[in-house]
Design a protein around this ligand. Structure first.
Ligand SMILES: C[S@@+](CC[C@H](N)C(=O)[O-])C[C@H]1O[C@@H](n2cnc3c(N)ncnc32)[C@H](O)[C@@H]1O
Length: 449
């Protein structure tokens, strides 16, 4: 029987979806962070459940040739970059393998999975950082959460966000301290600053800041803004968001622009976009261009066709595809995202796109009379509502391009489509989130003749 606090010599034979090494002790599975498949090590058992256990790596006795020393000082405590101990090629192979295995096991899908499309420089790529603020020993701290907790690590440097973003966060922390504006305390509900969200444009210089407060008023707002804007000329928008709720949801319902506009500008594959602080926007602009090119290639568009851009956000996919289509129909549940999509269409002189606010599963029913040729689907992590998929089946839409950020819900949805006369033709994983175990992918699906 495996015991907590005992030491064992093990060999890792597999990896979990979030990059932990898996070994077996007397047939009992043990998950160990920071261990790689193929390695031998001594581990200490930290937790025993009824059918599996967790361990800590004590000493690696035989190292994987694919191991890389993590470059980040916060690696051992921060839960963010859980693949940083793999070299980059192993990260890409791991994502391809996970995609293939998850589709096979959860979705019963046997299909061609291509190599993961990686980045030339897989660091400093995130255009959006959501930074919690808190206090430690009476001192304000700001950074990232420790793995599986709400304890904040005071960030020195982060290798997946631009250096200027880290710099702005550190500067803001010092200004808050100087102006006696306290961080919010999750436990007592006291204090003011909950989060700071920094978004930066890839093609323009624009940076936007959202300061999330627990109070309707942001004290010493004028002096704070003056300092911030004087120092960072790239800032074009500062929004104060008011979130008084005891919740993990970052943004509250009310926001007000306290400097500049409520958007930054960006460009993807030559199409211009305006992005408001509440709208979803892919976090890795370099990979987004490649992802959308693949999505459009998979759609195999023939100029005079009707396409749906479901879960369209600010219209990025549909507007990128508009020049190859007769009509683009877009739907998203966030009103501000649809307002952005409409403006983006006008700004790009795209006249064949029509946008509706609502739930995709409801709005698609009103499009039954269009002879839809292709549907792009890009849902949130929870995947598609079954009602939505049923309507696609009923409408007999010939081609589906599914952009997914969660391979488990992708497998579930593809399984449904496969059981309803669709064929999964091929999948391409994209490394949108290097150093982390998150997987983005595009899948090509066709109605069987
Ligand atoms: C992964 S994002 C994709 C956005 C966009 N396609 C892009 O690439 O930027 C998912 C989007 O789905 C929207 N959403 C979530 N649930 C929805 C629903 N039931 N119906 C329509 N849109 C929804 C979110 O607001 C978000 O914009």
């Amino acid at each position: 029987m495996i015991e907590k606090n005992e030491y064992y010599d093990v060999i890792f034979t597999d990896m979990t979806h979030d990059g932990m090494g898996v070994c077996k002790i007397d047939g009992f599975a043990v998950f160990v962070p920071n261990a790689l498949k193929g390695e031998s090590a001594q581990i200490k058992i930290t937790k025993v459940n009824s059918s599996f256990a967790f361990g800590r790596l004590m000493e690696i006795t035989s190292k994987s040739p694919f191991r890389k020393e993590p470059i980040c000082d916060h690696f051992s405590e921060c839960g963010g970059c859980n693949l940083m101990h793999m070299n980059y090629q192993m990260q890409l192979d791991f994502k391809k393998y996970r995609t293939k295995e998850t589709l096979r096991k959860l979705g019963k899908i046997e299909t061609k999975v291509h190599d993961t499309v990686g980045m030339i420089n897989p660091y400093y790529y995130r255009n959006k950082a959501v930074i919690p603020f808190g206090e430690e020993n009476g001192k304000m701290i700001a950074g990232l959460y420790k793995s599986r907790t709400h304890d904040i690590i005071d960030m020195k440097r982060c290798y997946i966000i631009p250096k200027i973003t880290t710099d702005i966060v550190k500067y803001l922390k010092n200004v808050f301290i100087e102006l006696n504006i306290d961080a919010y305390n999750e436990k007592t509900g006291e204090g003011i600053i909950r989060h700071v969200v920094v978004r930066s444009s890839h093609k323009f210089d624009d940076i936007s800041i959202t300061i999330v407060t627990s109070t309707p008023k942001l004290p010493r707002k004028e002096i704070l803004l003056k300092k911030l804007i004087n120092r960072y000329k790239r800032i074009v928008s500062v929004v104060q968001n008011y979130n008084p709720e005891k919740t993990n949801v970052i943004l509250g319902k009310k926001s007000r622009v306290i400097y500049g506009d409520d958007f930054i500008r960006d460009e993807i594959n030559g199409v211009y976009f305006k992005i408001s602080h509440r709208s979803f926007y892919q976090v890795n602009p370099v990979q987004t261009e490649e992802l959308y090119k693949k999505a459009i290639e998979y759609a195999d568009l023939a100029q005079n066709e009707v396409i749906i851009d479901a879960y369209c956000g600010i219209g990025t996919i549909g507007l990128s595809a508009a020049k190859y289509a007769k009509i683009v129909l877009g739907v998203d549940v966030v009103p501000k995202a649809i307002a952005d999509a409409k403006e983006n269409a006008i700004h790009n002189d795209i006249k064949n796109a029509k946008y509706v606010v609502g739930k995709a599963e409801e709005v698609i029913k009103s499009w039954k009379n269009y002879n839809v040729d292709v549907i792009f689907i890009d849902p949130p992590r929870k995947g598609c509502d079954e009602e939505f998929l049923k309507t696609i089946v009923e409408m007999k839409i010939p081609r589906i391009v599914y952009v997914s950020c969660n391979v488990s819900t992708l497998a579930r949805d593809l399984n449904f489509l496969q059981a309803n006369n669709y064929e999964v033709k091929e999948v391409t994983p994209f490394d949108m989130f290097p150093q982390t175990s998150h997987i983005e992918s595009v899948t090509k699906i066709e109605l069987r003749k």
